[in-house]
Design a protein around this ligand. Structure first.
Ligand code: ANZ
Length: 803
């Protein structure tokens, strides 16, 4: 009678794996359901309880939808390229490939031991060459369509380490950048990089957010990241020179109040216009800026440093001479890298003008002391006096257009995607450079361009990738001509930008070629992904880049859906029992292997789903796991109660449970579904028996959450040859949802004292008698004189007593 989870779980995990129980079905008559997780990076630490939370949630949806009659695709793969494996290899002298694939085996073991039902025939890692062949192929298409090009881009260069660093490998110390490792100075340095022009898709990426059933805050983060800004471009001429520059402004209406201009220190014009007297100060300031991050520079509270260039420009609206400054709060990468400053109506300009003693001219009426940023009547503003902000903007733009000195302009905060990494452990670029430096894409037949094995992946020292050390690999001869390979590799987010397509195309004998009719047919059948579950930390990186690639593939006609992921859900963070983020240093990390060892996978799954709403952050609680285990013990013993043909006393609660669990699963409200199942089990214990329909139906309801115990009971108690995974989902009978008992409240002198359950058409006198016998009514009426008893049918009984 003992619930021996160890034996049961192992038995079913082996059975499912060997029988490919979760292989994707391909029944033409069934609708499809594609459910997936954000795949893990296979680190050396193994799975975290947070992974289990996410994979259990998709597994529930997958098992639930399969029983509801869908063809279900529930895959798993590995985000295998990337920096951590490379760093590990550098530190230990090991091969990042061996290391990564060893970690994958461990992750896979853990996922199997958690009972997650995966179609393993579709498993792949982004570092598999038959997968990255197609990552390279997509890159070639981007290149051929002018969406990939080489450009000078500022990178974080660390002379001390002889390498380029990613943003998360640098720290800010005393306001300047240093390497995390060794604390060497880091400066910005321009290097030729591959860039993908995601900005060409900015409008579509923005507009199509409306099609998606995603958490509103994630959509808002993407909107802000894309950062569409509508304004104007205005041309300022530099005095006594034929140089001019454009500023981008969202407030062209304040042009009469523009009392100086500011260029980004990196703006190449700066050195051309700076006067001899100011040149050395200007150069020193430019050098200083190179050690700062954009994030720091954009900080509104930061000290407004800057220097005068000695040059002046002409404000095109009133021909006033205004000084030109440089300051690091103006970013080279935004708008035109130059601003017109209106200190009376912009906070940053105001702070800057006060600090540096620049003119402040008020052009909008207000009672405000200092800076006023609101709407109002324009003053001191020539042709727009008396207008409000919106009409003034239009009037100014129209006027500037007529002079050829300005026009309406839309700017985005979104930057093109810097796509090169000076690293080894990534996809090689499928291109060659000829002797003149022209880029030639490899032919499809030459793909994949495999990442060569390297015994030592130390940095090249020149800022190039370790591949630069491989002279023979780099230099090749083709048709009698000499070519060189690209030594950079692609970023980790390349492989994850289309992996949901990879799962659809993966078969046991490799990938269906993406550019074929056969692939199109499969992709049309499965895409978009119905539900995608993962962490909120990917809100703008991966989730934006994969939308971009998807739209590009849509333009190529390879996919028919506009978006890759229809519904997105972010699981909350599982915190340590101290309510803090789990971390090694805090010593509050829970290892899922240990929980499974002591309690079993079913208990772990049930517990994690019962902790709270999927989206909420929630702390670990060891006592509550005991509670989950006890519930499964109770479920197990429940199947030793007499199982009869019909137990009508349980009809109502049973049908209510089927309805509630079905509806809750459909909205991923797993914790409330579990509560309802607990209520059901309590009711069964009150009756000490249950019917066959109820017994089997309940196993099906619980199966998605606790698949092993339910599979075992289904087979052993009912002698079934089939497995529960392929059974039909139970249905409920509306008629049985009408209660055959109603609740009548009982008052004593108008105060609520008790409740009684009666049949709706019960005789009034019987109800009154029952009411008077109710425990709490007896307590309040004992020894008192009962004056009268009133019954409002179906609602209440009021007992009037003499106090
Ligand atoms: C004059 C002005 C007057 C501005 C005023 C604002 C208020 P968003 O909304 O974020 O797009 N700006 C333009 N390019 C910049 C750059 N490269 N670095 C730093 N600041 C820049 O902000 C647009 C405003 O940010 C622009 O409008 C410009 O300042 C500034 F009462 O121009 B404004």
């Amino acid at each position: 009678m003992e619930y021996n989870f160890r034996a049961i779980e192992k038995k079913w995990q082996d059975y499912w794996f060997n029988h490919k129980t979760f292989k994707t079905e391909n029944d033409q008559l069934k609708p499809t359901y594609y459910v997936m997780n954000m795949f893990p990076y296979p680190s050396a630490h193994g799975l975290h309880v947070g992974h289990i939370e996410s994979y259990t949630a998709t597994d529930i949806m997958s098992r639930f939808k399969r029983m509801q009659g869908f063809n279900v695709l529930h895959p798993m793969g590995w985000d295998a390229f990337g920096l951590p494996a490379e760093q590990y290899a550098l530190q230990t002298g090991n091969d990042p490939k061996d290391f990564t694939y060893k970690n994958i085996q461990n992750f896979k073991r853990q996922i199997l031991e958690a009972g997650i039902g995966i179609d393993w025939d579709r498993e792949f890692a982004t570092a598999d060459s038959d997968y990255y062949k197609w990552t390279q192929w997509i890159f070639i298409q981007l290149f051929k369509h002018g969406l990939a090009e080489r450009r000078d881009v500022e990178v974080n260069w660390c002379e001390g380490l002889g390498t380029v660093l990613a943003n998360d490998e640098i720290e800010i110390k005393d306001g300047v950048m240093v390497s995390e490792r060794g604390h060497y100075p880091v400066t910005k340095k321009a290097m030729k990089q591959w860039v993908l022009k995601i900005t060409k898709y900015a409008d579509r990426l923005l507009e199509d957010l409306d099609l998606l059933d995603w958490p509103e805050h994630i959509k808002e983060m993407q909107r802000n990241w894309i950062g569409k800004s509508v304004g104007a471009k205005i041309t300022f001429k530099v005095v006594q020179s034929d140089i001019s520059f454009d500023v981008f402004t969202t407030r062209p209406d304040t042009l009469y109040g523009a009392t100086y201009c500011v260029l980004a220190p990196e703006n190449p014009l700066v050195l051309e216009i700076a006067t001899q007297d100011e040149l050395s100060t200007v150069k020193a300031y430019i050098e200083q800026t190179k050690q700062k991050t954009d994030l720091d520079r954009g900080d509104l509270n930061k000290d407004k440093t800057g220097v005068f260039t000695g040059a002046y420009a002409i404000n095109p609206i009133n021909n006033q001479k205004v000084p030109i400054w440089i300051a690091d709060y103006v970013l080279a990468s935004y708008g035109t890298g130059a601003v017109m400053a209106v200190p009376a109506h912009d906070e940053r300009d105001y702070a800057f003008a006060l600090k540096h003693g620049l003119d402040i001219v008020k052009v909008i009426e207000s009672d405000e002391e200092g800076c006023f940023t609101g709407d109002g009547v324009h003053i001191n503003s020539g042709i727009i006096n008396g207008l409000n902000n919106e009409s003034a903007k239009e009037a100014i733009i129209a006027y500037l257009e007529s002079l050829g000195l300005g026009q309406k302009e839309v700017t985005y905060r979104l930057r093109d995607w810097v796509f090169s990494r000076q690293r080894y452990w990534g996809e090689p670029f499928p291109v060659l450079f000829d002797e003149e430096g022209n880029v030639i894409a490899l032919d499809e037949s030459e793909l994949p361009l495999e990442l060569p094995k390297m015994l030592n992946i130390k940095p090249s020292g020149t800022g190039e990738s370790p591949l630069a050390n491989l002279y023979e690999w780099i230099h090749i001869q083709k048709d009698g001509k000499l070519y060189k390979r690209e030594t950079n590799t692609m970023p980790q987010l390349a492989g994850s930008s289309w992996y949901y397509i990879g799962y659809v195309l993966k078969t046991l004998v490799g990938f269906i070629p993406l550019n074929t009719e056969e692939a199109k047919k499969e992709l049309d059948k499965w895409l978009p992904v119905d539900i995608y579950i993962g962490g909120a930390e990917h809100a703008v990186g991966h989730l934006l880049y994969s939308r971009f690639w998807h739209k590009f593939l849509f333009d190529l006609g390879l996919v028919s859906s506009k978006e890759p992921f229809m519904k997105l859900l972010n699981q909350g963070m599982i915190l340590g029992s101290d309510n803090q983020k789990m971390s090694k240093s805090r010593g509050n990390v829970v290892n899922p292997d240990e929980v499974i060892e002591s309690y079993g996978a079913d208990t772990l799954r049930l517990y994690e789903m019962f902790m709270g709403p999927l989206e909420a952050d929630k702390p670990w609680n060891t006592e509550a796991i005991d509670g989950s285990k006890r519930f499964l013990d109770r479920v197990w013993r429940m199947y030793y109660l007499p199982i009869e043909d019909s137990v009508s006393e349980l009809d109502y609660i049973y049908h209510q449970t089927v309805k509630k669990v079905t509806e809750d699963y459909d909205k991923q409200a797993f914790n409330t579904a579990i509560s309802q199942m607990m209520i059901f089990v309590n009711e069964v214990y009150k009756q000490k028996r249950l019917s066959k329909e109820q017994a089997i139906g309940f196993l099906k309801l619980l199966n998605p959450i606790a698949p092993h115990i339910t599979e075992e009971l289904f087979q052993t108690v009912f002698n079934k040859k089939d497995i529960i995974t392929y059974q039909e989902w139970p249905s409920y009978d509306e008629a049985k949802l009408v209660l055959n008992e109603i609740e009548v409240v009982v008052q004593v002198n108008g105060k609520l004292r008790d409740r009684v359950m009666v049949s709706p058409d019960e005789d009034g006198e019987v109800v009154k008698k029952l009411a008077l016998k109710a425990e709490n009514v007896v307590r309040f009426t004992e020894g008192k004189q009962i004056v009268k008893v009133i019954y409002v049918p179906g609602k209440l009984v009021n007992v009037v007593i003499k106090e």
